[in-house]
Design a protein around this ligand. Structure first.
Ligand code: BGC
Length: 230
């Protein structure tokens, strides 16, 4: 009998990605990606997942990273998708649709699970369409909605660091904001280590980052999927 395979799905504001993992969290397939539909209603997003599953078909269970607050498999917020997600029982829907057990967690929290050391206080932020954040104490995750808290001059972290802000301010000013945010997050949390992931890390100037800050590969967003089952 072959070992358990996990389909890991990362729902993002811009792209929806999928990969199949072995028990150690090693990829068994190529990562596949499709654009996030607009409007990104539950039906439209789930139709994209159906498409991805046609390629990633040989799996026994499903992990999903979702870009908002998720409680017990039910979506509470989805700031960069469609408002109609509020109250949607995503874990149950995926289970019915794909016929396998499913677990759903905040996308930044899943991303962190793929990269943290599991020691002491660690923090993950993700720079993508939105601003993701999760904290870990000895490897135990809690999602943190830092994105919508005030950061500077009446604007939230996401308003200053999200992709829309990067596009309108340009990469130079956006990088300055990221460095300011890191300083503020360090003063607030006194973390042992901060990890920065997400698709916009490709625009990050990494030479001046403090020693306890690591930039991590965006594929980690999917590799963390295996840890939802531990
Ligand atoms: C949401 C977070 C999410 C982040 C990245 C934010 O707008 O509030 O829950 O993790 O975007 O997708």
């Amino acid at each position: 009998m072959r070992a358990m395979r996990t389909l890991s799905i990362d729902i993002g504001g811009t792209g929806i990605k999928a990969i199949t993992l072995d028990l150690e969290g090693q990829p068994l397939t190529e990562r596949t990606r499709l654009e996030t539909p607009s409007p990104a209603t539950p039906d439209a997003v789930l139709a994209v997942i159906d498409e991805l599953v046609k390629v990633q078909h040989d799996f026994d269970r499903v992990s999903v990273g979702f870009p908002g607050v998720v409680k017990d498999g039910v979506v509470k917020t989805a700031p960069n998708l469609d408002p109609s997600w509020d109250g949607f029982a995503l874990a149950l829907d995926i289970e019915r649709r794909l016929g396998r057990p499913a677990r759903v967690l905040n996308d930044a929290a899943v991303q962190g699970l793929g990269v943290i050391e599991g020691l002491g206080f660690e923090v993950v932020i993700t720079l993508g369409t939105g601003l993701g954040c999760a904290v870990y104490v000895d490897g135990h995750a809690a999602g943190l909605e830092l994105a919508h808290h005030p950061f500077r001059k009446g604007e939230t972290y996401e308003e200053c660091l999200g992709n829309a802000a990067r596009k309108s301010a340009g990469n130079k000013r956006w990088n300055k904001q990221v460095r300011r945010a890191i300083a503020q997050i360090e003063a607030l949390f006194n973390y042992r280590k901060l990890y920065i992931g997400g698709g916009n890390t490709k625009h990050l100037e990494t030479s001046e980052l403090p020693a306890n800050v690591a930039v991590v590969d965006n594929v980690a967003g999917l590799l963390g999927g295996i840890r939802l089952w531990r």
